[in-house]
Design a protein around this ligand. Structure first.
Ligand code: BTN
Length: 243
């Protein structure tokens, strides 16, 4: 498999999309890795701090899946990344829906899925993964210092970043294949078992407002199911916090 390494990039997702849009033949499974990113991006238009010491990469896929199934890949890859990172953490990690990885209430990793390609050309899915690996607390930017963590902080020692990359890529392949062979059901059970807010009272931002209620389930479509006391609402995207 092609693993293309840059010491610095604006964003590995951008580089993957540049290659796709330039009409380059990008093999399925190609990985773009950067030592640091100068314009790393997160979900919902947020920026993503990407200093040296972290693992910032994108995997290019061309899945033959329906749009409804694509949404599930977000949860599939979250479980894949969490399962792999469990091996470096004494107490394991949790998932915040749809695809953030947390340890003891602090964010360790995030995933950004983007579709690319023209209508008449192949469609590609760019799966961007950001993991704070050997980032010390003082190297975390001020605005995320309290909310974020790293493998180094949690494991109490430096971790071999290549081992993390190899482990996470293997896990993503395994879960991607499991999903294609057996669907979402088996992965859904694992997701729910490590989901940090299942059964808890949550607030989900939606546009200008928000919804509050008990997160009763993650359904078979990957939606978050919230019981507000008055009605049951299924949410396909949003920003969750435990209240
Ligand atoms: C999020 O939690 O909001 C998603 C963060 C995704 C960050 C990764 S780092 C590699 C890839 N390139 C980017 O610009 N973003 C993703």
């Amino acid at each position: 498999r092609d693993i293309i390494y840059y010491s610095q990039l604006d964003s590995t997702n951008e580089e993957a999309k540049r290659r796709i849009n330039a009409g380059c033949k990008v093999e399925e499974g190609t990985v773009i890795v950067a030592g640091r990113q100068t314009a790393g991006r997160g979900r919902m238009g947020r920026k993503w701090e990407s200093p040296a010491g972290g693992l910032w990469f994108s995997v290019v896929l061309s899945p033959e899946l329906a749009v409804s199934e694509l949404a599930l890949l977000s949860l599939v890859f979250a479980r894949a990344v969490a399962k792999s990172l469990d091996t470096f953490l004494p107490g394991g990690c949790q998932i915040k829906w749809p695809n953030d990885v947390y340890v003891k209430g602090r964010k360790l990793a995030g995933i950004l899925l983007e579709l690319s390609g023209e209508m008449d050309r192949a469609h590609y899915l760019v799966a961007g993964v950001g993991i704070n690996v050997n980032v010390a607390r003082e190297d975390l930017a001020g605005e995320i210092r309290d909310a974020a963590t790293s493998l180094y902080i949690e494991a109490g020692r430096k971790v071999d970043i290549n081992k993390v990359l190899t482990g996470v890529l293997k896990s993503m392949d395994d879960y991607y294949n499991l999903f294609r062979e057996r669907g979402f059901s088996p992965i859904r059970e694992e997701f729910k078992a490590c989901c940090m807010h299942l059964g808890r009272k949550v607030r989900v931002k939606r546009g200008e407002g928000y919804i509050e209620g008990i997160n009763e389930d993650i359904d078979f479509m990957g939606n978050m199911v919230i019981n507000t006391g008055k009605e049951i609402i299924r949410i396909s995207t949003g920003d969750v916090s435990i209240i």
